[in-house]
Design a protein around this ligand. Structure first.
Ligand SMILES: *[C@@H]1O[C@H](CO)[C@@H](O)[C@H](O)[C@H]1NC(C)=O
Length: 459
């Protein structure tokens, strides 16, 4: 690594790393949720949420100079990854005014575009915390996770996501000398796309090899990525929804280098240690176009409850994940997930037979199985995973993989190509940011407990 010798004496006095700014106190919005032990037996947990470090103002420690502006680094202070982390601080967040994120009791509302004092903020990603310094860890095995969602104001091209990733509970604070901010400042993100748009990974910046995005004024792709297992419980807008586990070869956050990261941010999608495609259940993609959407069986014009069960092969806590089952509840009615109507792909849940058949019939790459499938996902869950809630638009594929025909040059009558009713021209970030800045998603009434403890299961 290249070090700028001339700068060393000047910065020696602050040789810490990924520091904490002092311009704005970091005060996490509070958010309650329910821990259940059995039917109608839940207790309220007083949690809080934190916004990811990537959204924060990163400036020279002790001053106002930006370390990062729009989508480029200040090369005077960020000569390399280590020096940058030593010179730059993450600032506290004004959640509502800057980021359009607010809580009220048991609910969290995320607004898509927020015109702040200095800049427009696009999207956000927040984590549920156990306390000010520690993420809430969830072991989903043999458990059920339930929440209410309102995405009536979330159109084509947007994604109101609720998911789990295998981050460190302290955001990597203890393990990385260069990280002085930790979970309190939303550090330590990783997912199964091995994201390379992260500004800091393991207490170092990601400035080496950074290429500013040509269609995202706020983002770029760095030389490194952060990989870990991901359980997408909910990726949705008012038109389409999918739930998708993504496995990885190893546990915890694994740093990857350049194109060998694979995933969304690399040329070679399948080059990495994680499974970028997963095994997805999207009702529309599985052939039922009347189940989910405005005015349909699950009516996205109004709020509803989403129940997800993580069943093990033994039916006990120490078993291995074998099936992920979905129910909806709306207006007091429990609605089982739609059945797959694709010939040769039966079932209404994610389990091995479903994944085997779906990948075969759709002709998709079976990266879920290649990276360990249910066994590795299960191991990641046993380690504990962090709950993520986000709103985002898609600078890589316009969210067409969720809500339209994708790939767009494939025949949409072939099984697996059509995923939702949105136009193939929809979801362009510049368009959705201009046309739907006020789009929102609200997550509320989170409940977690043993199977059948958080809702009224069908008789
Ligand atoms: C980069 O940082 C240096 C040192 O703090 C500062 O003098 C300069 O103005 C910064 N450049 C930009 C573009 O912010």
């Amino acid at each position: 690594m290249h070090h700028n010798i001339a700068l060393i004496p000047f910065f020696l006095a602050v040789a810490n790393g990924q520091l904490v700014g002092t311009e704005q106190a970091e005060t996490h919005p509070t958010m309650t949720w329910s821990e259940c032990t059995g039917p109608d037996s839940c207790t309220t947990v007083n949690g809080e949420v934190v916004i990811d470090s990537n959204w924060r103002w990163v400036h020279v420690d002790g001053g106002y100079t930006n370390c990062y502006t729009d989508n480029t680094w200040n090369e005077t202070v960020c000569t390399d990854n280590a020096a940058c982390a030593q010179n730059c601080a993450l600032e506290g967040a004004d959640y509502e005014a800057t980021y359009g994120a607010s809580t009220n009791g048991d609910s969290l509302t995320l607004t898509f575009v927020t015109e702040g004092e200095y800049a427009a903020n696009v999207g956000s990603r927040l984590y549920l915390m156990e306390n000010e310094d520690t993420y809430q860890m969830f072991n989903l095995l043999n458990r059920e996770f339930t929440f209410d969602v309102d995405l009536s104001k979330l159109p084509c091209g947007l994604n109101g996501a609720l998911y789990f990733v295998q981050m460190e509970a302290d955001g990597g604070l203890a393990a990385n000398d260069g990280n002085k901010a930790g979970a309190k400042y939303g550090t330590g993100y990783c997912d199964a796309q091995c994201p390379r748009d992260l500004k800091f990974i393991n207490g170092e910046a990601n400035v080496d090899g950074w290429v500013p995005s040509d269609n995202d004024a706020n983002a770029g792709v760095g030389g490194r990525g952060a990989c870990c297992a991901e359980m997408d419980v909910w990726e949705a807008n008012s038109q389409a929804t999918a739930y998708t586990p993504h496995s990885c070869d190893s546990l915890g956050l694994v740093v990857c280098e350049g194109e060998s990261c694979g995933g969304t941010y690399s040329e070679e999608r399948y080059a990495g240690v994680c499974d970028p495609d997963g095994c997805d259940f999207n009702s529309w993609r599985q052939g039922d176009q009347t189940f989910y959407g405005p005015g349909l069986t699950v009516d996205t014009n109004s709020p509803f409850t989403v129940v997800t069960q993580f069943l093990t092969d033994t039916g006990t806590d120490d078993g291995t994940l074998s099936e992920i089952r979905r129910f909806y509840v709306q207006n007091g009615v429990t609605i089982p997930n739609s059945e797959s109507l694709i010939e040769g792909v039966p079932g209404n849940s994610v389990h091995k037979d479903f994944c085997d058949a779906q990948k075969d019939v759709f002709g998709d790459v079976y990266t879920w199985e290649q990276h360990g499938g249910f066994a590795s996902m299960s191991a990641a869950m046993a380690e504990g995973m962090v709950l993520v809630m986000s709103i985002w638009d898609d600078h890589y594929a316009n969210m067409l993989w969720l809500d339209s025909d994708y790939p767009v040059d494939s025949d949409p009558s072939l099984p697996g190509i059509s995923r939702g009713p949105c136009e193939t021209t929809s979801g362009v970030p510049a368009d959705v940011e201009a046309e739907s800045p006020g789009a929102t998603v609200t997550f509320s009434n989170i409940k977690f407990g043993p199977i059948d403890s958080t809702f009224s299961p069908p008789a």
